[in-house]
Design a protein around this ligand. Structure first.
Ligand SMILES: Cc1cc2nc3c(=O)[nH]c(=O)nc-3n(C[C@H](O)[C@H](O)[C@H](O)COP(=O)(O)OP(=O)(O)OC[C@H]3O[C@@H](n4cnc5c(N)ncnc54)[C@H](O)[C@@H]3O)c2cc1C
Length: 454
């Protein structure tokens, strides 16, 4: 055997698995294969001057490389079973929370000390939400911020680089199960191992699906979340963000009784492009460093759709909507809320005259030509509901960027050990379809490492 354990993917799932394996058994020979670059070489070419929009690099440095999709994220580690994945459904609620707290301790030891932990417990905002048909979900949120998150990742790498063999710029093309062991195939060679942990995240979703097909591992379709990213002056949401930093608020629409929820709130943050398999969608993050803060807050409003029969491809549905926005806008579209309500497109002039300065260069357009009516109606209803807890949310100049799509990997059939029916092959993190967040993905890595080390 070349290695005891091979980990495919160096996102939070893979990193925490590698860290815990070496902590528990320094003798283990562990290798990590990663499609993307080492952290210091991960650079997105968009500089805001020469290159303003996504140019669809072969390997997206935002999504791939050491640190995974989380590397340039806001580093919000939510300690909760209420959202961020359903790890608890496999391993139990209290174990899941303990693991997320352990991940938080490690982040503090690796450079995160001094960052703030927010909590919804005892907040009066819950009552204010309930009085306005909104539900605030429970969570503790550690906000590392993009810069400290980066530092923590660098510290993990510095500690691991001499203990673990890293193969960057090396996508794994296949994993074959042979005689109770594994042959991991890459473009640069083949390697054998006793146990294999797959942690390929969202960017590895298509590869994961084909691997499951080859190995006979059952999968089932997952949901897709579709919506917009809202950008407003930070003062409008400050009563929520000052106390909770990120609030997960759910609204049940009157018209269709659909759930619309807030997602990924970034006080004083920026709106960014995201490239998933060549499709440009929108996302957001914010920096802990006060010099990099903006005057705006952004967050997503999302509606979940899950298809089962006869059409099963929820992600395909989301992709088609995102492609439509890419076709009309050449990428992400931005529209003033006032223009949307008046049934007209936004133009460069209207955006320029707006009191909210966009933090992302996007194409002014009309989101009603992109988003299905049911989803758009739900989003509009929710903006009016949020206007009651944060007056000003429904102002004409509120900016809506579209589309934001949260693709979830199909759910891989794994047991309570996160092991597939191919013994010795574990599937963790967002690639398993079970987790959708930094804390859940990291916790799943620790959990599997402990099983293997035992
Ligand atoms: C802009 C942005 C902001 C976000 N902000 C937050 C946040 O604040 N809080 C939060 O909880 N979540 C956030 N998320 C989501 C979070 O980043 C993910 O949930 C988390 O990174 C999942 O970790 P993972 O290890 O499962 O997968 P990933 O982080 O996606 O890592 C998977 C890695 O596997 C590699 N890979 C894929 N296929 C292969 C292959 N065949 N061979 C080798 N390597 C492969 C990829 O290159 C990637 O580096 C954000 C995501 C984005 C994009």
């Amino acid at each position: 055997m070349d290695f005891d354990v091979i980990i495919v993917g160096a996102g939070p799932g893979g990193i925490f698995a590698a860290y815990e394996l070496k902590r528990l058994n320094a003798e283990l020979r562990v290798a990590v294969f990663e499609t993307g670059h080492p952290l210091e070489r991960r650079v997105c070419p968009i500089d805001g001057e020469k290159i303003k929009k996504c140019i669809s690099c072969d390997v997206c440095s935002i999504m791939s490389g050491f640190g995974g999709a989380g590397a340039f994220s806001d580093g919000k580690y939510n300690i909760t079973n209420d959202f961020g994945g359903s790890l608890h459904a496999h391993i139990g609620k209290s174990k899941a929370i303990k693991l997320m707290k352990y991940v938080d301790e490690l982040n503090m030891e690796h450079g995160g000390a001094g960052t703030k932990m927010y909590s919804t417990s005892g907040t009066s905002i819950r009552k204010l939400c309930l009085q306005n048909k909104l539900t605030l979900l429970d969570a503790q949120v550690r906000h590392l911020g993009t810069d400290i998150n980066h530092l923590v990742l660098q510290n993990f790498y510095n500690e691991l680089k001499d203990e673990v063999e890293f193969f960057f710029d090396t996508p794994v093309t296949d994993v074959a199960a042979e005689d109770g062991a594994f042959r991991v195939v890459t473009e640069k060679g083949e390697y054998t191992c006793k146990k294999c942990i797959i942690s390929v995240g969202r960017s590895g979703s298509k590869w994961m699906e084909s691997l499951c097909g080859r190995l006979g591992i059952p999968t089932k379709s997952n949901r897709v979340d579709i919506g917009v990213r809202v950008e407003i002056p930070a003062e409008i949401f400050s009563n929520l963000t000052d106390e909770l930093y990120e609030s997960k608020i759910v609204y049940r629409t009157e018209k269709f009784e659909d759930s619309v929820r807030t997602f990924c709130m970034n006080p004083n943050g920026i709106v960014v492009n995201e490239n998933t398999n060549g499709i440009i969608t929108v996302n957001g993050h914010s920096y802990e460093d006060s010099s990099r803060k903006t005057n705006n807050t952004n967050f997503a409003l999302l509606v979940s759709k899950h298809f089962s029969e006869p059409f099963k491809d929820s992600n395909g549905y989301g992709e088609s909507i995102a492609r439509l926005s890419n076709m009309l806008g050449g990428g992400v579209i931005v529209q003033r809320f006032g223009d949307l309500i008046r049934g007209r497109r936004s133009t460069e002039k209207r955006i320029e005259e707006s009191t909210v300065t966009p933090t992302l260069s996007a194409t002014p357009g009309d989101l009603s030509l992109v988003l299905p009516k049911r989803i758009l109606d739900g989003i509009i209803e929710m903006i009016y509901a949020l206007d009651k807890v944060a007056p000003g949310t429904a102002n004409d100049d509120t900016l809506l960027y579209g589309v934001e799509v949260k693709f979830y990997n199909m759910e891989v059939d794994i047991d309570e050990n996160l092991e597939s029916r191919v013994k010795g092959l574990y599937v963790i993190g967002d690639g398993s379809g079970v987790t959708h967040s930094l804390s859940h993905a990291s916790a799943s890595g620790v959990y599997v490492a402990r099983q293997i080390a035992e």
